[in-house]
Structures are given as C-alpha cells and as structure tokens.
Design a protein around this ligand. Structure first.
Ligand code: ATP
Ligand code: MG
Length: 235
C-alpha cells in the first residue's frame, strides 16, 4: 500500500480549472519531486493534499481517505506542509515558530527531542532561536519553515519550493538537509523550480504542465529525456 495515493485529482478556483487530472503515489520513505512551470498547479496539488482547499478525485493516506478531513487532522495523521513563501509568524522568535509546529502534540520529551533534531539539522537556528524570525535571511527563514513542519513529526513532508530566492550556499545546505530528513525515514514530496537539484536528490519525479502530468519516471530516466533536458535543464 502506498503511503500517499492521489488519483485523478481535479481542482478549480471558481470557474478556472487549476488541476485537470493528476495522479501520484508516494511510498514510505520515498523522496519524490514535482516539477513544472509557473501556474502548472504544483502549489494547488500540495494544498489539496493538506486539505487547505477542496478537490475532486481520491486522496488516500496510509489507506484511509482524506475526504472531508480537516487540515489540523491531516497534520495529526502525519502529513505536514511547508508552504510556498514560508508563511512564518514574522514577529515571533525562531523558537516560538518551531514550537507552533508541534501545537497538536502533548509529549514534551518527544517535542524537545524533535527540537533538538531541527537544531542538529540547521545549527544556525540554535544560535538564532531567540531572534525575531523576520530578521533572519531568506535562507534561514526557509530553514525555520522546514523545521516548523518537522515539529509536527510527519511521516510525509510536503515542501513547496524550498530553494526559491535563496543564496546558493544556503540552497546547498537546504538540499543537504532534505536528503538527511529522508535518510531519517520521513517521506518527502517536494515541489521545485530548480530541476537540476531536484533530479539530483529525488527517487522519482512527476512533471506537471497546465494541470496535467506530462511525464513521470525515475529521476535518472527523466534526466535523460530529450524534452526534459531541453525545457527544464537547458542542455
Ligand atoms: N486562490 C486562487 N484563485 C484563483 N486562481 C488561482 C488561485 N491560486 C492559484 N490559482 C491559479 O491556479 C493555477 C495553478 O496555480 P498554482 O499556484 O498551483 O501554480 P504553481 O505551479 O504552484 O505555480 P508557481 O510555480 O508560480 O508557484 C494558476 O493558473 C493560478 O493562477
Ligand atoms: Mg507554486
């Protein structure tokens, strides 16, 4: 049984169809990429999975339907969403933002262990934990956003464009951290514009254009696909 199964997903904003038909699977512990140009429906896909917006089609997680499940209950079931544009509580400290990621949890020992895990993954956040999050660099804020999602202790982490607008050095740190999170056993569905880095770190990739899946395959196969090379890799 796949961890996440999305079948024939369809999402509209009013009359505008954003996702026409998308089907994807994520198995336990996999690192899966979603590529596609602006407006392809990538963010919409992640929002539908975390139930932030309504959709048609089937969504199942660990064999159970996510139909009618509230967003906080999706988190409780093990899916945490690190949204596009980070969406931090900018006037709050780094630590407070991280703690808010654990708002549904009660076991303080586990919460502290996970905070320690975030600080090990992103040591700069330990140093900056008392700082107001709006004063961090863009890359550091992205680390807080990923850390906050990890504080929900997900089995599946949804990442929406974690590398966008970030200095190259921090971007490398973020992609390294994503690989480490997966090694620690968390499955990841990552949406990205950086096709080269995505194909380097993922197991399999789906390519969305105009709300439809136009390619899917192993990262290795897609890296050798003529269309993907020309349009997404520019080689
Ligand atoms: N709240 C909204 N209301 C109306 N239309 C929307 C809304 N959000 C997204 N759309 C439209 O849905 C389509 C898919 O948008 P989406 O944000 O999912 O694309 P994306 O692949 O994430 O793009 P980007 O790479 O720019 O983030 C676009 O045509 C967009 O204009
Ligand atoms: Mg988007």
């Amino acid at each position: 049984m796949p961890l996440l199964e999305v079948s024939d997903l369809r999402v509209s904003y009013g009359k505008a169809l954003a996702i026409e038909s998308v089907s994807i699977k994520v198995d336990k512990g996999e690192l899966i990429g979603v590529l596609g140009p602006n407006g392809a429906g990538k963010t919409t896909l992640l929002k539908a999975i975390s139930r932030s917006i309504p959709s048609q089609g089937t969504l199942t997680f660990k064999g159970q339907s996510l139909d009618g499940v509230a967003p906080y209950d999706v988190v409780a079931r093990g899916i945490c969403h690190c949204p596009e544009g980070r969406k931090l509580f900018s006037e709050l400290s780094v630590l407070k933002n991280l703690q808010l990621g654990a708002y549904l949890r009660k076991n303080n020992a586990e919460i502290n262990a996970d905070l320690e895990r975030v600080f090990t993954l992103f040591p700069v956040l330990r140093e900056r934990q008392w700082q107001q999050s709006s004063t961090l660099s863009g890359g550091e804020q992205q680390m807080v956003a990923i850390g906050r999602a990890l504080m929900g202790r997900p089995e599946l982490l949804l990442l929406d464009e974690p590398s966008v607008g970030i200095a190259p050095r921090l971007k490398g740190l973020i992609f390294d951290a994503i690989q480490q999170i997966r090694k620690d056993g968390t499955a990841i569905l990552i949406v990205e514009q950086d096709a080269t880095s995505t194909l380097r770190i993922t197991d399999r990739v789906y390519v969305l254009e105009h709300g439809r899946t136009i390619r899917e395959g192993t990262a290795k196969d897609l890296a050798g696909d003529e269309y993907i090379r020309q349009v997404y890799l520019g080689v």
